[in-house]
Ligand binder design. Structure first.
Ligand SMILES: Nc1ncnc2c1ncn2[C@@H]1O[C@H](COP(=O)(O)OP(=O)(O)OP(=O)(O)O)[C@@H](O)[C@H]1O
Length: 378
């Protein structure tokens, strides 16, 4: 657990970057610090590994004041990942990842084994190990940065806009990978970002800062979205707050109904006779993956089903959110969301009305929970 007790940081020249900050970042959880530029996020993060010294107050890691620990020992227990990876340009991927183990005096063999393991953990092919950072894409460099930070298995990981410099697609993938890594490793992670969507996706808890390093609100994402403390927080959370809330809820509890499917390569005549009087058919591949919705009445006179007009159907994996489900249903001519099994094959469909009902119940539950917290105990 990391704890800030009345921590202030004033830089020489007078700027108060952080003002009397009190907050606890729970062990094994991912805490996101978010806020507009200059509000003190990076300063807060760097006070944990003492790259910045607090002016007053105490920062403790697992009960020990960071001031009382020798810097080298402190930093050995804290991995650090920054934007644009911060890799050493003249060292290979392998040497970059092995930086801390080498400082710790590990044997060559042990460093090699650990590096191989980490390449796999962060999803990098082994052939990349002997390349230099400039020979990698931005996303690959960030992966190496994460691997390097994890090398000595530190319990704490500080991440300062680690995915800020990569394109949105790669960024989404890196976020997913961080979440899956965290499910396995359960590090105490403090993650800085400007991006509220990234915060909502990744954070167990989110701290929203105002300029001057003041906490505007610190809560779980669902609570923030359902119940922002004030207008500043509401503005920061931005438009579509309600929809963002739905991104936090899985589809558990939304029934999966049967759907009439037809293979896209089925001859039209056969498809017509085999599918009864259903207007909409879901065309699928040979292994059952969705291709799209087809209007039975508008099938071409000859050829196969795929020769007709097809409305792409997408599909929802078992861990998809209510938001994706509503989006999927609303984009379909049928108003039905296509549900997939874990292999990506069609499992059935869900009705947008039933998805909407669950969404309303989810919101009501959060509002009730927040209200219950607010009732003063007698
Ligand atoms: N070394 C320094 N010397 C003087 N002032 C500093 C120093 N580092 C940061 N500051 C000031 O402290 C305030 C907080 O900076 P900090 O980098 O923590 O903000 P941030 O929220 O991380 O911003 P950004 O999102 O732009 O990175 C800013 O006003 C900044 O100018």
């Amino acid at each position: 657990m990391i704890r800030f007790e009345s921590v202030t940081k004033r830089f020489p020249g007078g700027a108060t970057a952080v003002h009397e900050l009190d907050m606890t970042m729970p062990a094994g959880q991912l805490t996101v610090l978010v806020g507009t530029s200059g509000c003190g996020k990076t300063t807060t993060l760097r006070m944990i590994n003492r790259m910045v010294e607090a002016t007053s107050g105490a920062v403790t890691v697992d009960g020990r004041n960071v001031r009382d620990l020798p810097e080298a020992a402190l930093r050995r227990g804290i991995g650090y990942v920054i934007q644009q990876s911060g890799l050493f340009p003249h060292r290979t991927v392998r040497d970059n990842i092995g930086t801390v183990p080498r400082l710790l005096g590990w044997s060559k063999r042990k460093i090699r084994d650990r590096t191989d393991e980490l390449l796999e953990t962060v999803g990098l092919a082994e052939q990349l190990a002997d390349r230099y950072p400039h020979q990698l894409s931005g996303g690959q460099q960030q992966r190496v940065g994460v691997a390097r930070a994890l090398a000595a298995d530190p319990p704490v990981l500080l991440m300062d806009e680690p995915f800020g410099a990569v394109d949105p697609v790669v960024r989404g993938r890196l976020q997913e990978e961080l979440l899956s890594l965290q499910r396995r490793l359960q590090k105490t992670i403090v993650f800085v970002t400007h991006d509220i969507d990234e915060a909502v996706k990744l954070g167990d808890r989110i701290a929203i800062f105002r300029v001057g390093g003041k906490l505007a609100q610190y809560a779980a994402p669902a609570e923030l979205l359902a119940h922002p403390a004030d207008e500043f927080v509401a503005d920061f959370l931005g438009e579509q707050r309600g929809l963002k809330l739905l991104s936090l809820r899985s589809l558990d509890g939304v029934p999966i109904r049967p759907v009439t499917t037809v293979r896209a390569d089925t001859p039209v005549a056969e498809a017509r006779s085999a599918t009864g009087d259903q207007q909409w058919l879901l065309a699928v591949t040979a292994d059952g993956r969705p291709v799209g919705w087809v209007d039975r009445h508008r099938l071409p006179a000859t050829g196969v089903v795929a020769d007709g007009e097809i409305f792409p159907a997408g599909g929802l994996r078992p861990d998809a959110s209510l938001l994706s489900a509503l989006d999927n249903a609303m984009s379909a001519p049928t108003g039905l969301a296509v549900r997939l099994d874990e292999h990506g094959a069609v499992a059935g469909v869900s009705d947008q009305r039933e998805i909407g009902e669950l969404a309303a119940g989810f919101r009501a539950g959060i509002v009730a929970e927040v209200a219950a917290h607010e009732v003063p105990s007698s």
